[in-house]
Write a protein that binds this ligand. Sequence first.
Ligand SMILES: [Zn+2]
Ligand SMILES: [Zn+2]
Length: 256
Amino acid sequence: MEFIDSHVHLADPAFDTDRDAAVERARQSGASALVCIGESLDAARRSRELAVRFPGVCYHTAGVHPHDAAAFDRACDLDAIREEVAHGAVAIGECGLDYHYDHSPRELQRLAFGEQLALAAELRRPVVVHTREAEDDTRAMVEEAGRSGVLGVLHCYTGSAALAEAALAVGWFVSFSGIVTFKRWTADDVVRLVPDDRLLIESDAPYLAPVPHRGKRNEPAWVALTAARVAIARSNEPATIAALTAANARTLFGLA
Ligand SMILES: [Zn+2]
Ligand SMILES: [Zn+2]
């Protein structure tokens, strides 16, 4: 099985003791590439170091997470993201809206997200979007970005069929994490509505370890379990799901 982990926080301190070994285990399990998410400028810089250390395997992104939107500094942060893109960042994000935790005021979340979408349009880079309990605003902003030519992915998707369909309609991708392996997951219909050429899979490690590792620190090697569960939902073979999602990740992020 060959897969790509389209969303992993490998720069997270949770990997401080075995980061390189986690990359090696992922490779052994079939990962051909890992998209290392810079959910802050600091995480982006550390993810860039991984891209340098594992060329052709690790790639990095740069953005400001909605949790931290209150501290978003327009001039400074947009320049820093630009700088990361100049240094090979394959996408902007993760950014988006999270009205579940509301760690930042919603108005500031929309502001930071909007600025990052505008930067994506300017730099012609895809966007990695986090959305939780913010469907109406996410839909409006994704549709507007899509109309201006921005492509992106709704990552770790747990939202409605309607929001997924709206994103798909403007050319976007939808990514599923280990949550699809949890007992409480009942949205196989949403997994099925994503066309073969728009589907991605991810670990979101160190969070959301798939069954039977649930509760442990997650790692990219275990994306194979998510591929297997997505395959069941779509009545397909795990290796086929792994291969087509890998091809989609290469397309969206422009990986070699
Ligand atoms: Zn997220
Ligand atoms: Zn994430």
